[in-house]
Design a protein around this ligand. Structure first.
Ligand SMILES: C[C@H](CCC[C@H](C)C(=O)SCCNC(=O)CCNC(=O)[C@H](O)C(C)(C)COP(=O)(O)OP(=O)(O)OC[C@H]1O[C@@H](n2cnc3c(N)ncnc32)[C@H](O)[C@@H]1OP(=O)(O)O)[C@H]1CC[C@H]2[C@@H]3[C@H](O)C[C@@H]4C[C@H](O)CC[C@]4(C)[C@H]3C[C@H](O)[C@]12C
Length: 383
């Protein structure tokens, strides 16, 4: 696997950093999630695939010292806290990079390691708002709408951070040096949305939110409800695909307004909606499958794995617990990801084995355990 042999320490955080760690684990890295200790009531990380868990109290001196020792044997550290927390623990980049100059020290935050908000709390919607991107999302005459926590937390956060780590690992193969990856979700969300800025002069965004080509303004770039209460997604932008769409709907384009006649779009949408509501999703699929009209069914999370296209590519996988989730992407031809089929780790499940691997003696481990700096959580063997 592409990242085989890379040793990652992921300090347990909320959604973004766990995705970053899971991506690295899926592509072969050995990821140790450092969980808080004493253990919190529930494990909030639902992206623990392929990771192992070490429960370590960083607020106790021996706990912070233990993490420093772990970092001396690691390639990557991912920390998900607001700016200044690691420094307060005596675990800032200056300390850890001095002890291990090859360490990739990834800092995944909302606002970055500097600036007015660096120490402020926030969540996806706040970062998306500050990036400018949220202002472009939403339907006509409605408030801006954040698409779940996908754009800042995951696309602009976890994925961007993983990309930064992998770039720093590649650079290290030439320089032999580590560095700090300052991954701000505000900047990550904005960066992946560069198209919004770069296409300003194309006339794509001249109108109010929800009245443009790609933001639910156009009748040919929209979702429509079907007779059975499901939906079809229409993305027929180019004239040749739009022509196929019109034909599939049983209309004659010669009798319709010009495709790009903005003022006619609202009426066109009503007409398309009325037509789509007359047939079931399956009936529309029989009409549009196989023709270039850019029309696809809106599938639920339960349906995706059963769709023939996704089945043919094994785009969704099942783990030992019969849980379905997306296969890691992209698909590398020679060294594909091999996502673990095992359940996610319990907090502290691997504390002892990890410390032994990193050179701690049994006596040292016993002392840390007696001082409640670490916790063990060996699951009961299934009898
Ligand atoms: C699923 C829900 C989340 C959805 C995603 C949401 C929409 C997001 O946007 S997540 C992205 C949040 N932002 C960032 O990650 C940016 C960077 N991080 C931060 O800005 C902050 O961490 C923060 C704002 C997110 C949180 O601030 P907080 O003050 O809590 O923490 P920090 O200032 O960073 O400091 C960390 C402190 O912790 C100490 N620490 C860390 N590790 C250790 C350790 N190993 N040992 C000892 N101490 C440690 C560190 O020293 C710091 O201490 P100080 O503060 O004293 O310096 C989920 C959203 C809410 C979840 C639910 C909730 O948490 C309650 C339950 C908790 C339970 O455990 C699980 C079930 C919950 C119901 C839980 C369920 C879900 O996870 C949520 C709903």
């Amino acid at each position: 696997m592409a990242l085989r042999g890379v040793r990652v320490l992921e300090l347990a955080g909320l959604a973004p950093s766990p995705l970053c760690g899971m991506i690295l684990a899926d592509f072969g890295a050995q990821v140790v999630r450092v969980d808080r200790c004493p253990r919190s009531a529930m494990n909030a990380d639902v992206q623990g695939r392929g990771k192992r868990s070490l429960a370590l109290d960083l607020k106790q001196g021996p706990g912070a010292a233990a993490l420093r020792r772990l970092c001396r044997g690691a390639d990557v550290l991912v920390e998900p806290f607001r700016h200044g927390v690691m420094e307060k623990l005596g675990l800032g980049p200056k300390v850890l990079l001095k002890e291990n100059p090859k360490l990739i020290y990834a800092r995944l935050t909302g606002f970055g390691q500097s600036g007015k908000y660096a120490k402020s709390a926030g969540h996806d919607i706040n970062y998306l708002a500050l990036s400018g991107v949220l202002s472009k999302l939403g339907r006509k005459d409605e408030n801006p709408y954040a698409p779940v926590n996908l754009l800042a937390d995951f696309a602009g956060g976890g994925v961007m951070c993983a990309m930064g780590i992998i770039m720093a690992l590649y650079e290290r193969t030439k320089s032999g040096k580590g560095q700090v990856v300052d991954a701000s979700m505000v900047e990550g969300a904005a960066y992946l949305s560069s198209f919004l800025w770069k296409s300003q002069n194309l006339g794509l965004w001249n109108r109010l939110r929800g009245e443009n080509l790609l933001d639910s303004g156009a009748p040919f770039y929209e979702t429509y409800k079907t007779l059975d209460g499901k939906f079809m997604a229409v993305g027929a932008i180019e004239p040749q695909f739009y022509e196929q769409l019109v034909k599939g709907l049983g209309l004659d384009s010669d009798k319709l307004p010009n495709q790009l006649s903005f003022s006619d779009w609202p009426e066109m949408k009503k007409m398309f909606a009325a037509i789509f509501s007359k047939k079931t999703q399956a009936e529309w699929c029989r009409i549009f499958d196989g023709i270039d009209a850019c029309v696809t069914p809106v599938l639920s999370l339960d349906e995706v794995a059963l769709h023939e296209h996704n089945k043919e590519r094994s785009s969704f996988i099942k783990n030992d617990q019969e849980e379905i989730s997306p296969r890691p992407s992209p698909l590398l031809s020679r060294t594909p990801a091999t996502p673990s089929p095992r359940r996610d780790p319990f907090i502290g499940e691997h504390t002892e084995e990890i410390l032994l691997e990193f050179g701690f003696t049994k006596e040292e481990i016993a002392k840390l355990h007696s001082e409640k700096v670490i916790e063990f959580n060996k699951p009961k063997a299934n009898l």
